[in-house]
Design a protein around this ligand. Structure first.
Ligand SMILES: C[S@@+](CC[C@H](N)C(=O)[O-])C[C@H]1O[C@@H](n2cnc3c(N)ncnc32)[C@H](O)[C@@H]1O
Length: 297
């Protein structure tokens, strides 16, 4: 499945706001990163389905210390955008960026932290075995887990467990969609959208959609992990800068609903027109979940 750099850039401020407002407790990761700094070794992070690197832009400043990130995506266009997206972000936050000494990565320096970045084009399905799980202290995803199949999730969790790594999965949809003001057709649209979220997204089977986090927790607990969860909902409203994303969500929900059930065309097109007509006075909450899994001793 492909995602445009424009779509990722449009959602990034809302993803960041949702994660910053989330009550997920990152202290255990911060303590591990601090311990690595004390030992003089970088804290190693593996970011799967990295896009242009938005997950790092949220997490690296919160982790602190000395970090080494390896970012993986199958989309060459997104990876080509990654260095400039990082540099723009670093400039906005008055951080220093340097090419790494080998010339194929980037170093970002802040007063409180330093991150060395490398990135790799790889297909998470065909090339999972080739990725550097071993030696990673944290494996992370953002806006990825709901796309994956049950069998791929099981393979990922086995890799994470074998590496005795922590796992942080940000921004997985949890199925809640709340429009204000509500319309009677919202419920049917949400049902069609939820069904579409279970279609195959290229991970070798139906996507888990809103079942991804509960399924992951069940398996992680069986593997001896301690799981922490918290919400990270998108809050979109035109007056607070969400107009473009709100309109894209209306179009995206309508497209997905039509693909799911072409027979519902009248309902979907009417819903879309009514939602667009009142978009300037509407708000939308999309439920997301954060999951942090910490390995047992
Ligand atoms: C919704 S985007 C999230 C991107 C990024 N983590 C963020 O938060 O902005 C999902 C990402 O997963 C990547 N992806 C999807 N399927 C993949 C696969 N089979 N192998 C590698 N990357 C994949 C996409 O290219 C995309 O960058």
């Amino acid at each position: 499945m492909s995602f445009s750099p424009e779509w990722l850039a449009l959602r990034e401020p809302f993803d960041r706001a949702a994660r910053e407002a989330s009550s997920l407790d990152l202290q255990a990761l911060q303590a591990s990163a601090a311990q690595s700094a004390t030992n003089g070794t970088p804290y190693r992070v593996l970011d799967l389905g990295c896009g242009t690197g938005a997950n790092l832009r949220v997490l690296a400043p919160r982790l602190g210390g000395k970090q080494r990130w390896h970012l993986v995506d199958h989309d060459a266009r997104l990876l080509a955008e990654l260095p400039s997206a990082m540099t723009r972000w670093a400039e906005t936050h008055r951080l220093k960026t340097l090419p790494d000494s080998a010339g194929n990565g980037l170093v970002i320096e802040a007063p409180e932290w330093r991150a060395h970045l490398s990135w790799q084009k790889a297909d998470l399905v065909r090339q999972l075995d080739e990725l550097p799980f071993e030696g990673s202290q944290l494996v992370t995803t953002s806006a990825l887990l709901d796309l994956v199949s049950a069998s791929w999730l099981a393979a990922l969790l086995t890799k994470v467990h074998e590496a005795r790594a922590a796992l942080l999965c940000a921004l997985s949809v949890d199925g809640r969609i709340d429009w204000q003001p509500a319309m009677s057709s919202d419920a049917q649209m949400s049902r069609l959208f939820a069904a579409h979220q279970h279609s195959d997204k290229g991970f070798g089977g139906p996507a888990l959609g809103a079942d991804a986090v509960p399924r992951a927790v069940e398996r992680l607990v069986a593997l001896g992990y301690r799981c922490l969860q918290a919400g990270s909902d998108w809050e979109l409203a035109a007056p607070s800068g969400g107009a473009r994303l709100l309109v894209q969500m209306i179009d995206g929900l309508a497209d997905a609903a039509l693909r799911q059930d072409p027979g519902s065309r009248d309902l979907v097109l009417t819903w879309r027109l009514q939602r667009l007509a009142q978009a300037a006075h509407s708000s939308l909450r999309i439920g997301h979940a954060e999951l942090l899994a910490l390995p047992g001793k």
